[in-house]
Write a protein that binds this ligand. Structure first.
Ligand code: NDP
Length: 447
């Protein structure tokens, strides 16, 4: 490994001991880009790598809100504006009890390279709160979102930083946050958030975009291996927005999603979730209620409590719930199952050692920063529509989404080959995204 890369990784490990997710992603990305750093001594001269692993800004704020019984609660809110070299910071907001700066920073770092891969002018950012929305009433969610935006609004704007949804934040939460932004600022700036409702500037296909994009990416991988997506079985984790988009597109493409999961366990439906509109639509209802077991009760299928679907016999695995949901033990089960394809869809679903194990055992691995980039791709299209005061048709958005995913696949394959790494989608995506951000930073001078 390049000596400068090694020293930066050691520096990050020492500095961010209490933020293991951030250390994990830095190690993974920098290890991949070592051959690029070998070729560019000017990176070290400009101390580019240490700049790359340091957020431009990490904003931390207090969020105070009142529950339905009149009791006050205080949460922590964050926005990490990691890297703005390519455009306004762009990335989602996560509401989940386990959110802390290490999660927000890892997500914002990943987002920077993912956004670069889309080819669109967007920088990397991410935000969130340790607020737990599960079991909260609609009025409580509204008051929380309003309090969150009251603290955040001064740091964002259509040309500054444009947040979107993530775990725990969907169309409803974006609506409440946009309403509060408008109320405080007194301006119609709908380009400040993406994932909005269609009545006030949302884009068609945005809710489905991450899942659809992942399926388009998967299709490219299969085509390259002479396989047809039709008839393939898929194990998906999560049952949220992204899992729903995967199921919807799998239905269009004739693939069969047989598992979904949540923190309480997983469901195995041998007839397929993606084979019935009623089942796919039911995912949206379940997400609002927050209970995965409801699916098994309603459709009378197997529910496995406190477990994950890795190891069920399928053709393709698509983790789509959260970070580090596949560790070495689960990776061994995936390899033992005989499946050939592993498409990361949630952000950093795989520990570094599990990722290594899968690759060493000839499983074709697609990294999340490439496979899940369709969501932010369509978000950037939403920004364009808002800026031009236009509404694009479903066909226009969908065909651009397909083109973005095909390009990401192509550039990842070509970049890995350029560096003599063969067919390595993980290294190819890291190298291609990193190279673009590095070049923009160098051209913009030292700051
Ligand atoms: P949702 O909030 O809609 O759904 C999240 C799902 O993941 C739920 O099924 C939830 O189950 C499960 N989950 C969350 N945390 C855990 C955990 N610690 N253990 C087990 N299950 C968990 O989120 P999204 O579908 O939007 O996001 C899913 C993933 O995709 C995230 O990693 C997100 O960062 C990533 N992503 C999302 C994009 C988007 O456009 N929405 C874009 C790009 C990436 P339960 O409620 O039972 O905990």
């Amino acid at each position: 490994m390049n000596a400068y890369v090694k020293s930066v990784i050691e520096n990050v490990k020492a500095k961010y001991k209490s933020e293991p997710e951030f250390v994990q992603t830095v190690e993974e990305v920098l290890t991949s880009v070592s051959p690029l750093v070998d070729k560019h001594p000017e990176y070290e001269e400009a101390d580019l790598l240490n700049r790359m692993v340091t957020p431009e800004r990490m904003i931390s704020f207090r969020v105070v809100w009142m529950d339905d019984n009149g009791k006050y609660h205080t949460n922590n809110g964050y926005r990490c504006q990691f890297n703005g070299a390519l455009g306004p910071y762009k990335g989602g907001i996560r509401f989940r009890a386990d959110v802390y700066p290490g999660i927000i920073k890892f997500l914002a770092f990943e987002q920077t390279f993912k956004n670069a891969l889309t080819g669109l002018p967007i920088g990397g950012g991410k935000g969130g709160s340790d607020f737990n929305p599960i079991g909260r009433s609609d009025a409580e969610i509204m008051r929380f979102c309003q309090a969150f935006m009251t603290a955040l609004y001064r740091h964002i704007g259509p040309e500054i930083d444009v947040p979107a949804g993530d775990i725990g934040v969907g169309g409803r939460e974006i609506g409440y946050m946009f309403g509060q932004y408008r109320r405080i600022k007194g301006v119609w700036e709908n380009g400040v958030l993406t994932g909005k409702g269609l009545t006030y500037g949302g884009s068609l296909i945005r809710p489905e975009a991450t899942g659809y994009g992942a399926m388009y990416y998967l299709n490219e991988v299969l085509k390259a291996h002479g396989e047809d997506i039709k008839g393939k079985t898929i194990a998906v984790s999560g049952y949220g927005n992204v899992a729903w988009g995967i199921c919807k597109k799998a239905m269009h493409m004739g693939a069969k999603v047989v598992t979904i999961s949540g923190s309480q366990g997983y469901v195995y439906d041998p007839d397929g979730i993606s084979t019935s509109e009623e089942k796919v639509d039911y995912l949206l209802e379940m997400r609002a209620k927050g209970s995965i077991k409801d699916y098994a009760d309603k459709f009378k299928v197997k529910f496995v409590p406190n477990s994950r679907p890795w190891g069920e016999k399928v053709d393709i695995y698509m983790p789509a719930a959260t970070q580090n949901e596949v560790d070495l033990e689960w990776a061994k089960r995936i390899v033992d199952s005989g499946a050939r394809y592993y498409i990361e869809v949630s952000n950093m679903p795989t520990t570094n050692e599990a990722l290594q194990y899968l690759k060493e055992h000839n499983v074709i691995v697609a990294p999340s920063k490439a496979a899940n980039a369709g969501g932010v791709g369509v978000s950037a299209m939403e920004m364009s529509q808002n800026a031009q005061k236009l509404v694009w048709t479903e066909e226009e958005v969908d065909s651009q989404l397909q083109r973005i995913m095909q390009n990401i696949y192509k550039i990842s394959v070509e970049t890995a080959e350029e560096f003599g790494l063969g067919y390595d989608l993980v290294a190819g995506a890291n190298l291609a995204g990193f190279k673009k951000v590095a070049q923009a930073m160098l051209e913009q001078g030292v700051f």
